[in-house]
Design a protein around this ligand. Structure first.
Ligand SMILES: CC(C)(COP(=O)(O)OP(=O)(O)OC[C@H]1O[C@@H](n2cnc3c(N)ncnc32)[C@H](O)[C@@H]1O)[C@@H](O)C(=O)NCCC(=O)NCCS
Ligand SMILES: Nc1ncnc2c1ncn2[C@@H]1O[C@H](COP(=O)(O)OP(=O)(O)OP(=O)(O)O)[C@@H](O)[C@H]1O
Length: 513
């Protein structure tokens, strides 16, 4: 069975798209509906919410006043976290009316991890066999020729002394948690140093992927087969790199120091790598222009010779301001005040730095723990559809990524909409103010980040007719023939495996007797 994930931002058009799926006969499990059922009057979830938020969030009928609760939790992050936490296993355990829910998400994730470990183990075994083979080959060559022969290293194409050369070097690993730019640069250094042949590059790099990056490549190879190194790099940048930059030079020109020099240097460095046409002198000028005052003037007065010089001057002046308050009658600009404040307020404050969008999203999503009973509810819906023999189903889960439920699903479709349209539609649909709409949007992982993580994207910024055209393209992918794994895990696949096992046992028993 193929379990397709459907997600997006609030009011981006998930229900609109899921209705299109339903109209084409594909069943949809709607997490919002499941979530509503687990807080119906009298349920364990309802009691817990009532206890924490009081009777003010109940209607006269005793049912939850969802609009009221929505107002509270979407305007107060702490209250929202409280609501999300209400669903954690510990928080429900004292509630005798609700049977403790089995955490299927955790169980499923453990299963996935074991699978990954097996694949990793297999890769490692293959790698060791290759190394052993390389050694045997070279020993054979030595014994045959009696001289120090240098066989071609299988993996790198380089000349080695007996053992493949890459065995001695540390090939960098990549876990998908940061921009892959520097990892890819290091891989290329390795390839150059080892004169690795083209067809071995992806194999070597992929072998050194771990965590979600390894999982990404596993799926990629399964879906599109082996790739050339150039394509692998492109896809790796698209998947793990910062949002696609159509105008890196423009972004560079607008970059400003808002925190420490070190943090500004990091952002500058990430952008400069992608802006190819900037000369070294221009780099130095652009960097200096983006510094906050008075650092900018100080650095300019020292006429730095190049970018490295400008960076080191900026750090030196920043250090001086940290230790000696600015000796000037001019009002201190907020950036410098922030720097000074951070130096005055204890070590833990000083180590604070601006989080990048991914870190911010990760921090935000820490609060999201999809209720075990919501996930159990979703799982039951999936089981029912599986028992019916459905081949393809859609899981419409607004917080799919935040709750890591995307591990269950493939492909993941993100319904994207441009920010302005999203706000307008949300205000119109729910009759709320712009501020309330923004609060709701900010309660979730940024939609652009979700789009980055998607396998398929439906841009719903235009008319419904335009969305339907895009939907049809996505539908073709969703309805493509099932892979072997998907067929195996379908009801019919499992039944035929069971049948083969039973027949096998009967035949063996007969033969034995
Ligand atoms: C806060 C509540 C009462 C508001 O109810 P309301 O009927 O106004 O909205 P509804 O449930 O239809 O949700 C609308 C959208 O809000 C967003 N949303 C819902 N809960 C959350 C949340 N905890 N954090 C961020 N966004 C959320 C989703 O995009 C959802 O599609 C309700 O959303 C709720 O109980 N949420 C907690 C349960 C949950 O996490 N649901 C999401 C399932 S994945
Ligand atoms: N292409 C479109 N053109 C015009 N209006 C649209 C379009 N797509 C959706 N809408 C409207 O935008 C609003 C939000 O759409 P929808 O309810 O499908 O979003 P959603 O992602 O399911 O929202 P939620 O996260 O709250 O569940 C609805 O009022 C819907 O009618």
């Amino acid at each position: 069975m193929r379990i397709v994930g459907l997600t997006g931002g609030i009011s981006s058009g998930k229900s609109t798209v899921s209705n299109l799926f339903k109209s084409r006969g594909i069943p949809v499990v709607d997490a919002d509906i499941v979530a509503r059922n687990v807080v119906r009057k009298g349920t364990g979830g309802w009691k817990k919410i009532k206890k924490e938020f009081g009777d003010a969030i109940l209607l006269e009928s005793g049912e939850l006043d969802r609009a009221r609760l929505g107002q509270i939790v979407f305007s107060d992050p702490e209250k929202r976290q409280l609501l999300n936490r209400l669903s954690e296993p510990g928080s429900m355990s004292k509630d005798k009316t609700t049977p403790p829910a089995f955490d299927f998400v955790a169980a499923f994730q453990t299963l996935l991890q074991s699978n990954q470990q097996i694949v990793q183990g297999q890769n490692e075994l293959m790698h060791r066999l290759e190394l052993a083979e390389g050694r045997l080959l070279s020993l054979e060559q030595l014994s045959k020729t009696g001289e120090r022969h240098r066989p071609q290293d299988r993996a790198t194409g380089s000349e080695t002394q007996g053992v493949p050369r890459y065995h001695k070097l540390d090939f960098p690993t990549f876990d998908g948690k940061e921009d892959p730019l520097s990892w890819i640069n290091r891989c290329e250094q390795f390839f150059r140093g080892q004169r690795t042949v083209e067809e071995e590059k992806v194999w070597l790099a992929a072998y050194h992927l771990t965590g979600i990056a390894q999982q990404w490549y596993f799926q990629l190879e399964r879906d599109v087969g082996l790739l050339p190194w150039v394509r692998f790099k492109e896809l790796c940048h698209l998947r793990f790199g910062p949002p696609v930059r159509t105008n890196p030079l423009g972004e560079l020109m607008h970059l400003r120091q808002t925190d420490s020099v070190e943090e500004y240097q990091e952002r500058f460095g990430a952008l400069i790598c992608r802006a190819d046409s900037v000369t070294p002198t221009q780099q130095m000028h652009i960097f200096t222009a983006g510094l906050s005052e008075p650092l900018r003037t100080d650095v300019e007065l020292h006429k730095p010779s190049d970018l490295q010089h400008a960076m080191s001057l900026a750090r030196a002046f920043e250090r001086r301001y940290r230790t000696t308050p600015v000796a000037s009658n001019l009002p201190k600009p907020p950036e410098v005040l922030a720097i000074l404040a951070s130096s005055e307020s204890g070590p833990e404050q000083r180590s604070l730095r601006r989080l990048n969008p991914i870190e911010m999203a990760e921090r935000r999503q820490k609060g999201f723990l999809l209720a075990p009973h919501i996930s159990t509810g979703i799982l039951w819906e999936v089981i029912k559809l599986w028992l019916k023999g459905c081949k393809v189903i859609i899981l419409d889960i607004p917080l799919l990524f935040e709750t890591k439920m995307n591990l269950w699903t493939h492909p993941v479709i993100v319904v994207w909409v441009d920010p302005e349209t999203q706000i307008q539609r949300l205000m119109a649909r729910d009759g709320i103010s712009e501020e309330q709409a923004r609060n709701r949007i900010e309660a979730q992982m940024p939609l652009d980040l979700k789009r980055e993580k998607a396998d398929l994207v439906i841009d719903n910024s235009g008319s419904l007719e335009e969305t339907k055209v895009k939907f049809d393209q996505v539908l073709a992918r969703v309805n493509s023939p099932l892979s072997l794994k998907e067929r195996t895990f379908s009801r019919d696949g499992v039944l035929s495996i069971l049948l083969s096992v039973v027949v096998g046992i009967v035949v063996i028993k007969k033969n034995v007797s």
